[in-house]
Ligand binder design. Structure first.
Ligand SMILES: NC(=O)c1ccc[n+]([C@@H]2O[C@H](COP(=O)([O-])OP(=O)(O)OC[C@H]3O[C@@H](n4cnc5c(N)ncnc54)[C@H](OP(=O)(O)O)[C@@H]3O)[C@@H](O)[C@H]2O)c1
Length: 271
């Protein structure tokens, strides 16, 4: 619980709403302590109706009333929204930005003054408290600021603290990664459908298999190759499937997907 700290979510779109739902569900924030903003009044009206949070008159008013500010606008909006809130963003408040591509130094320059900034790169499974978030501490953020931010994102999944030079790779891997894995799940399910399974059953089998494989890697702490070997009986059926995957270039395709998404993440701010 963030106790009585007030949270402002600036730009409560897809990721803002996802985090908000996760945090409310985890009981970390009280609805009455949350203020949201968006570009369109219909959007904030929907969130107020749906989640019982308050709507701020504008970004600056939200920041004035908040202790923690979660910035969730598009990267290219940073240069518009951050100067708008700069004078209200006093050093007793914490700015947490989930913007891809925008560095802590760039944010610090835009807010000016010794404002604590933490950069976060979450992903949408935070909605079901299975998120993965990379964190970077800005120049004026203390251990306590980082711990508070970690508490926010740990409530909706797992967190790692990384060097800022790695944040674009975090974006290309774990922030974009759910989209890659939805395609993997869809494709595994299609395989099941091709072999006669009902689609709903095939989708459940595929999705839970991906969840289970991920949990095995995290909870047993083994190399994925060692876990793969456990499934691969000599001359068994899994080996035949692996041969097809290798032939189809699955590994190289996934590696390239992360590389390309990372390279794209670097330039989003210039769009
Ligand atoms: N989606 C992901 O999986 C993900 C993961 C990690 C990080 N991120 C980062 O999260 C950020 C938002 O991404 P998204 O996918 O959530 O995009 P999104 O759904 O388009 O959300 C952006 C929100 O910003 C609002 N907005 C636009 N101009 C504004 C302004 N001047 N003041 C206040 N709010 C304003 C929009 O309002 P309206 O809805 O009214 O148009 C919208 O709700 C990006 O920087 C992205 O890099 C996204």
């Amino acid at each position: 619980m963030l106790e009585d700290k007030k949270l402002a979510i600036l730009g409560a779109g897809k990721i803002g709403e996802t985090l908000l739902r996760g945090l409310l569900d985890a009981g970390l924030v009280e609805r009455s302590n949350v203020l949201v903003t968006a570009a369109h009044p219909e959007r904030t009206a929907f969130l107020a109706d749906e989640l019982g949070v308050a709507v701020a008159a504008d970004n600056r008013a939200a920041v004035q009333a908040a202790d923690v500010v979660l910035l969730c606008v598009k990267p290219q909006m940073a240069e518009v929204v951050v100067p708008e809130i700069a004078s209200a963003m006093t050093p007793d408040k914490l700015l947490v930005s989930v913007l891809a591509s925008v560095t802590t130094a760039a944010l610090e320059q835009l807010v000016s003054g010794a404002v604590p900034v933490v950069r976060a790169m979450p992903n949408t499974p935070s909605f079901v408290k299975c998120g993965m978030t990379g964190l970077v501490r800005g120049a004026h953020a203390s251990d306590a600021h980082l711990a508070l931010t970690r508490m926010l994102f740990d409530a909706v999944g797992r967190t790692v603290v990384v060097d800022e030079k790695h944040m674009d790779a975090v974006t290309g891997l774990s922030a974009s990664g759910p989209a890659f894995l939805y395609i993997v799940i869809e494709s595994l399910a299609e395989g099941g459908v091709k072999m006669g399974l009902p689609r709903d059953v095939a989708t459940q089998l595929a999705a839970q298999t991906v969840v289970g494989a991920g949990s095995m890697v995290i909870e047993r702490g083994l190399h994925p190759a060692a876990l793969k070997d456990e499934v691969t009986t000599p001359a068994g059926c899994t080996m035949d499937g692996i041969l097809e995957l290798e032939d189809g270039g699955l590994r190289v395709t996934l590696i390239k997907a992360v590389v390309c998404a990372t390279q794209r993440a670097r330039g989003l701010v210039n769009d």
